[in-house]
Design a protein around this ligand. Structure first.
Ligand SMILES: O=C(O)CCC(=O)C(=O)O
Ligand SMILES: [Fe+2]
Length: 369
């Protein structure tokens, strides 16, 4: 049988990477590790040791040697830009939107539909979350416009999780667990809320930003296991240091910024940190730019138990007991869906400072120091 010939995707404009800011900003110190040494003898062990401090202190770090070429990355930005520039009549079909009432984050999230922080200022985040390409996701939202680029998007999505899997191996080594302890809880073929995301912030007038302390995305921790953020030059992302100071995440050429999310924090009894971060209005020389971002959010497998791992290190540190069997642990899907609902299913993105979020025995503070 002749194999089906897929139609060529439409021609789309090239995205142009914005330049870096020339302003002096309080930059965070971000550890960079080069994964090209991962498969060398002793490579993983060495990388794990290099990473230990960063994941324990802030949970933010950067990886290079990722296997993605600049061309492949820019092509993803091209696709994201082309989709997000469609008129709302084309990209806003209710069939392909996030269903926040169900805590379902797959699909399109429109800007300007909610207010932020109890003011009349509108939210400016616009994004689309693309589920993994597995049969179980067949009925999840995936816009037909994006489907035209499926072969490239799927390849990028699969390789993103392969890369994350290497990082999970390092986390397992840090915690003295079997190497595949975390990667087998995040298999591509297993159903989970993982998604590849294109996201744009279109600047609002400075007067409006002033009413919300320049907040573009309010302070939060990430809901899943690990977030990959392809490094970008438009400053705005800030993390909260252990001393409670806001520092800008710097651009890392050819790098991907990674940050630990809530579930890894739970699995490691707080040893791996899910750190509070936010996005603020960029500095003057970048304040006019439409800030386009490319991400892969790794979430735990739907059926995976979220409970501290039997790590010898965590035992020695007294972070877990010898027998820490939990009668009824929360599962991956339950945690993530509840968190998305709690965060997004409102008409206002309120300031959550000091607020706690709890499912079963899992609790996280929204703007912890
Ligand atoms: O836009 C960014 O740089 C970060 C966004 C973010 O923290 C998120 O979507 O969880
Ligand atoms: Fe985040």
């Amino acid at each position: 049988m002749p194999s089906a010939v897929l139609p060529e995707p439409p021609a789309i404009p090239k995205w142009k990477r914005p330049g870096k800011t020339s302003e002096e900003l309080p930059w965070a110190d971000i550890k960079v590790i080069d994964l090209s040494n991962f498969d060398e003898p002793g490579g993983k062990q060495k990388l794990a040791e290099e990473l230990r401090d960063a994941v324990h202190k802030t949970g933010f770090f950067s990886i290079t040697g990722t296997g993605f070429t600049q061309e492949e990355i820019e092509r993803q930005y091209d696709i994201g830009q082309a989709y997000l520039n469609l008129p709302i009549e084309e990209k806003g079909d209710p069939k392909y939107r996030c269903d926040f009432a169900q805590g379902n984050y797959f699909g399109y999230r429109a800007a300007h539909e909610k207010t932020i922080m109890g003011t009349d200022v509108l939210d400016i985040v616009e994004s689309v979350n693309i589920p993994k390409f597995i049969p179980a996701n067949e009925h999840e939202p995936f816009d037909p416009y994006l489907r035209q680029f499926q072969s490239e998007i799927e390849d990028f999505s699969r390789r993103s999780l392969e890369l994350a899997s290497k990082v999970f191996t390092l986390f397992s080594l840090i915690l003295e667990l079997p190497e595949d302890y975390f990667s087998k809880r995040h298999l591509y073929e297993d159903k989970s809320e993982d998604h590849l995301r294109y996201m744009v912030y279109r600047p609002r007038p400075a007067e409006d930003d002033a009413k919300v302390q320049n907040t573009w995305s309010r302070a939060h921790t990430d809901f899943g296991s690990l977030t990959l953020l392809w490094s970008q030059n438009v400053a705005g992302l800030q993390l909260k240091t252990p001393r409670g100071e806001w520092k800008y995440v710097p651009p890392v050429d050819n790098g991907i910024i990674c940050n630990v999310g809530d579930t890894l924090d739970f699995w490691s009894a707080g040893y791996l940190k899910s750190t509070t971060h936010r996005v603020v209005r960029p500095p003057k020389d970048q304040a006019h730019i439409h800030r386009l971002g490319l991400f892969y959010f790794v979430r735990p497998g739907d059926e995976v138990d979220i409970k501290p791992a039997p790590s010898p290190l965590l035992k020695r540190l007294g972070l877990i007991g010898d027998n820490q069997e939990d009668e009824k642990p929360v599962r991956g899907l339950e945690y993530v869906r509840e968190r998305v609902k709690n965060y997004h299913n409102h008409t206002d993105y309120a300031d959550m400072k000091g607020m706690k979020f709890k499912v079963g025995n899992l609790e996280i503070e929204d703007e912890a120091e």
